[in-house]
Design a binder for this molecule. Structure first.
Ligand code: NAI
Length: 281
């Protein structure tokens, strides 16, 4: 698959667009407004210039030339694979998949979601082609992290899963693991309760944010601590994933602690807004 569509050019969508274009593919990114499209392009330019200055790519301009950022969903008509990476909101994603089903015209196109926690089945059944709907879940930062979780729903065909695997592994050079269609898949089912425990520990005054993070970095060889990681993921996304996990399993360990809820209400979303558990920029 050489013609890629990405819906949502935020943290993840711009990363997915970048790795696809770096792999020589033709990419169309659809954003929700002109301002958001401009921001997405800015993110791509900054990241590609960084990759060029580190010698990881020859030319940022050459990669950028393979990416178009637009606001019209119809631009996805001829795409062979479309990856949805809009906000983690079930209603918004369901609406989008209904529209993608009418817009994307290639008969065997794959309609994928990068959702962290929303059941793929819910997105598949609102289309006329649930056999071609699959979860392709990348990790942040997409240009750096190798893992992709492949999440077929009960209705996804073996052919869709095989072509998705070929695209991420042979096309993008990532490594895939297989997961069942349950909220959180493999990695977030383990990671989110860990992050929530760290937030509860900080909230209770048991230890400072710095000491919690230093503890895990120096004592468990994690590359960064759980609170710094929550800031990187985005506290809104962390909360949304926790809520989906809680809704699915009703386990207290998935319940978002009050501090996380208040920080999201306050717009303290982590790196993307300049302040979360730490202050940035
Ligand atoms: P983000 O908030 O950075 O980006 C979302 C983007 O989608 C924004 O640029 C927004 O303008 C755009 N958007 C919203 N509605 C749209 C629509 N209807 N059409 C076109 N564009 C629209 O969010 P982020 O972090 O990139 O997350 C996106 C998805 O990826 C979510 O489903 C999230 O759960 C998932 N994800 C997030 C990870 C993370 O570490 N942040 C990791 C893996 C998956």
């Amino acid at each position: 698959m050489k013609n890629v569509g990405v819906v949502g050019g935020g943290l993840m969508g711009s990363g997915i667009a970048e790795v696809s274009a770096r792999a020589g593919q033709d990419v169309v990114v659809v954003e929700s407004s002109d301002d958001a499209a401009k921001a997405a392009l800015g993110r791509l330019e900054k990241s590609l210039q960084r990759a060029e200055s580190k010698g990881k790519i020859d030319s940022a301009d050459a990669v950028l030339a393979r990416i178009q950022v637009v606001t019209d969903l119809d631009a996805l008509a001829d795409r062979e694979v479309v990856v949805e990476a809009i906000v983690e909101d079930e209603t918004a994603k369901v609406e989008l998949f209904k529209r993608l089903d009418t817009v994307v015209s290639a008969p065997d196109a794959i309609l994928a979601s990068n959702t962290s926690s929303i059941p793929i089945m819910k997105l598949g059944v609102v289309t006329s082609r649930p056999t071609q709907v699959i979860g392709i879940h990348f990790f942040n930062p997409v240009p750096v992290l190798q893992l992709v979780e492949l999440v077929p729903s009960l209705l996804t065909s073996a052919d869709t899963t095989a072509r998705s695997r070929a695209w991420v592994q042979d096309g993008l050079g990532k490594q895939a693991i297989d997961c069942q269609d349950r909220a959180g898949f493999v990695v977030n089912s383990l990671l989110i309760p860990f992050i929530l425990s760290a937030i509860r520990m900080y909230e209770s005054g048991f230890a400072s944010a710095e000491d919690i993070d230093r503890g895990l970095v120096l004592g468990a060889a994690h590359p960064q601590g759980p609170l710094a990681l929550a800031d990187l993921i985005g506290l809104d996304t962390t909360k949304a994933v926790a809520e989906s996990l809680y809704e699915e399993f009703k386990e207290p360990l998935y319940a978002a602690p009050p501090l996380l809820q208040r920080m999201v209400d306050a717009g303290l979303l982590g790196r993307k807004t300049g302040r979360g558990f730490y202050t940035y920029g």
